[in-house]
Design a protein around this ligand. Sequence first.
Ligand code: ASP
Length: 341
Amino acid sequence: MENPKVLIIYTGGTIGMINDPETGVLKPFDFEHLYKSVPELKQFAYTLEAISLGEPIDSSEMQPSNWADIAKTIFDNYVKYDGFVVLHGSDTMAYTSSALSFMLQGLRKPVILTGSQLPIGQIRTDGKENIITSVEIAGMRNELGEPAVQEVALYFEYSLYRGNRAKKISSEHFEAFASPNFRNLAEAGVNIEIIEHVLYKTEQEELVLNTNFSEEIALIKLYPGMPVKALKSLFNFDLVKGILIESYGSGNSFTNADFAKMVGDFINQGGIILNITQCVTGKVAHGKYETSKFFTDFNIISGEDMTSEAALTKMMYILGQDTSRTEKIEQLSKNLCGELT
Ligand code: ASP
């Protein structure tokens, strides 16, 4: 069997940043610098190739158009490589990994996103281990000789997470991510242990690229004392077609009359609302408390145990499709690629 071929796609992020000597702030730097800082990569019995996607950026600058560029690059190179590693800033990595899982359905090869908390040029960097293990996983094969991982995943500090289940949980620790509602896909110790039975396997025959994402989506996090009337512009159907509500506990909301009216009017105009919980673990259970009856009365969709990042990008994806409202609601309620239990 031929050596695995892995394509590294560099988008930016701390991993490749350097300190600007004039201002002292960290800014993205070119890929050559990063590649030279990890000479260990040459020791792999892999064919490694790398490309930079335009000017490297801090991931806070990521937009759906950048997700589309990454997805398209993977799609265009899909046949040529056995696996892909996307180097990306950690701040919005979980949004990108979620978005890519929806953009690239039918995936049968690994797409591993990674980055670091400290730049690769710094002595204590976490970037080297993250990139080396990500590349190793991207080229790993199972007993059947197929790619070991066949989904979008995120690797950080010895753990591999499903891309649409991961969340950034620390701006400080090297262990910056977690997958609160789903088991990790692999752990890297002396050996890389892949947890076979939790891996996602598509039933789709072919990889389908879909980069039509709607940006007419609003995210509302409920909190006590919220100036409900100030939400009016978010419930403006001319500008917003879908709203993701982050509610309390098992999907509960205050039952304020102004809020109820805005929700009702928005739904009557054809808007779609998806409800997820602010809790890190657990899921929405509409109807459990009287304060969630509000959501059942308006037929609001339960986002079950989805992360905010997955729910938001899923809404963008579903509302970007040329389908009926009923189909959109049906798609939002069901598991598309492992994002919902
Ligand atoms: N601000 C950086 C980014 O997301 C942080 C990081 O890479 O860890 O691009």
